[in-house]
Design a protein around this ligand. Structure first.
Ligand code: AMP
Length: 502
């Protein structure tokens, strides 16, 4: 049997032909019965554009139903879906294009892209779902064929920034995505009675592989928003049963006066992930709504790894719960100590059907992250209790998570070190009440008249907004250890209170 995820979705949707699959701007866009034809038109368009099995198709646009049809059509073609963060600058995209070598770039007209040298086909797909690709699809008869795929064939490549500053493409197989959605469906007790309010970006694993996939797998209606907006979410929650978000979504909802018990009357499940949910936000949310947010843990390379239990009393703030069905976890104390017993903090490693095939064209990065026995080093540190419940204690990887998006300091350090007048630079994350963490740049300047605004300007020109420092400090020297390594922990402590609430 074909293991193409699209085949699996369409089979699961049988019997729900009359049910709306997607709602957009207040209107049903198509039913589950109409979905294969919608996807089929985009599949026909991709075929006409020459997309074949094994090709990469890059997509850089905002959420819309047409984005969903395009995604499913790429998978139906046997090609690989390569989504890009819509906020990436032309320079950031250029590096990824060279690495992924797509045959087609699907993009919003206004989005930042490298200059078009004509070597790679481009088609527009606008945030409202219009554009050249949708116009072409509308003229074509649906192509209902879905390429037969093996479980281990690749479905998508998602780029995550690396510790070296060079993004790495996680190669996700069809089985990674199908096994993970099945595990979440069971664990979170989904059914066709659900109605999902979707405000996460579709270019990220959380919005795509968790929120959207659960809708398609459960035959649950998905109400799609262009992006998170507290007022829009509050207006639509009464018609929904499930909402998923990054912690920032929850703190913003709590900051909104319109967010009341009445708003959440029909909700059965709030899920949080992609960054740590503060126990204080969990507590305020419970106090305001009576709901205990279910926190889960995952990453691009592994999709979802652990989840708090479905039973509300089992959801414990500050922990990320238990491994999902089929997933094995261990906590490692380095080569000398090996696997640690319950109660001891170490590096989190995992293995399971959700683990990606490695990094695209990066054998050395793959070898570094994958152990000989198949376990994957997550780069997160944590501790398991005697019953196996996991608490994340930090990150061994030098990663900042701001508003749910990842930023690797090395990428910014390399860029800012090139600025005239910058002798040295250190990038770190400090606590921020809204974003979780905020990027801070600390610069050692060549001369006393160095203007920190130059750093801000380069950041604005070259980096997606979420990566840009929220503060730039100039120091005479860095605190360093005996080996000369910059003591980021000291710098972080020094600037820790920069964004705390007054
Ligand atoms: P991404 O690949 O963008 O999904 O980011 C994955 C990283 O986000 C993980 O390796 C963790 O560092 C972090 N992360 C995801 N979920 C959680 C969570 N519930 N608590 C703490 N950190 C998390």
């Amino acid at each position: 049997m074909s293991e193409n995820l699209v085949t699996i979705f369409f089979e699961r949707q049988r019997g729900f032909e009359k049910k709306p699959a997607l709602i957009w701007q207040g209107n049903p866009v198509c039913t589950f019965g109409e979905l294969p034809a919608m996807v089929g038109r985009y599949r026909a368009a991709l075929r006409q554009l020459g997309v074949k099995r094994g090709d990469r198709v890059m997509v850089k646009t905002e959420n819309s139903p047409a984005f969903v049809f395009t995604y499913l059509a790429i998978l139906a073609s046997g090609a690989m879906f390569v989504p890009l963060n819509a906020a990436y600058t032309a320079a950031e995209v250029q590096a990824l294009v060279e690495d992924a070598e797509p045959v087609l770039i699907i993009h919003a007209a206004a989005t930042a892209l490298p200059a078009d040298d004509g070597s790679i086909a481009r088609m527009t797909l606008e945030p409202d779902g219009g554009g050249a690709l949708s116009s072409l699809a509308a003229t074509l008869a649906p192509d209902f064929s879905v390429e037969e795929m093996a479980a281990t064939d690749l479905a998508a490549i998602l780029f995550t920034s690396g510790t070296t500053g060079r993004p790495k493409g996680a190669m996700l197989m069809h089985q990674n995505l199908s096994s993970n959605v099945a595990a979440l469906y069971e664990t979170w007790q989904f059914s066709d009675a659900d109605s999902i309010l979707h405000a996460l970006p579709l270019f990220h694993a959380h919005g795509l592989f968790v929120a959207l996939h659960l809708g398609l797998y459960s035959a649950a209606t998905v109400t799609m928003l262009p992006k998170f907006d507290p007022a829009a979410v509050i207006a639509l929650l009464p018609a929904s049963t499930v909402f998923m978000g990054v912690p920032t979504f929850y703190s913003r909802l709590l900051a909104h006066d319109g967010f009341t018990t009445a708003t959440v009357a029909s909700i059965r499940l709030f899920v949080s992930g992609s960054a740590p949910l503060l126990p204080s936000v969990f507590a305020s949310f419970e106090q305001r709504t009576g709901h205990r947010i279910l926190e889960r843990y995952g990453m691009t390379e592994t999709v979802m790894i652990t989840s708090n239990p479905y039973a509300p009393e089992g959801r414990i703030p500050g922990t990320v719960g238990y491994p999902l069905p089929g997933v094995s976890l261990r906590v490692i104390g380095g080569e000398a100590l090996g696997i640690l017993p319950a109660g001891e903090i170490g590096d989190i490693e995992m293995k399971g059907p959700n683990l990606c095939a490695g990094y695209w064209r990066r054998p050395e990065a793959t070898a570094e992250a994958f152990r000989a026995d198949g376990y994957f080093a997550t780069g997160d540190t944590g501790v398991q209790d005697a019953g196996g419940r996991l608490t994340i204690t930090g990150r061994s990887k030098d990663l900042i998570i701001s508003g749910g998006f990842n930023i690797y300091p090395a990428e910014l350090e390399i860029l800012f070190a090139e600025i005239a007048g910058v002798a040295d630079v250190a990038i770190m994350g400090v606590p921020h009440p809204d974003f979780g963490e905020a990027v801070v740049a600390v610069v050692i300047a060549d001369s006393p008249d160095f203007d920190p605004a130059t750093v801000t300007q380069v950041a604005q020109e070259r980096l997606a907004r979420f990566k840009q420092p929220k503060a730039v400090h100039v120091l005479a020297e860095f605190p360093r250890n005996a080996m000369g390594k910059v003591l980021k922990s000291e710098l972080r402590q020094r600037f820790a209170a920069s964004f705390s609430k007054a």
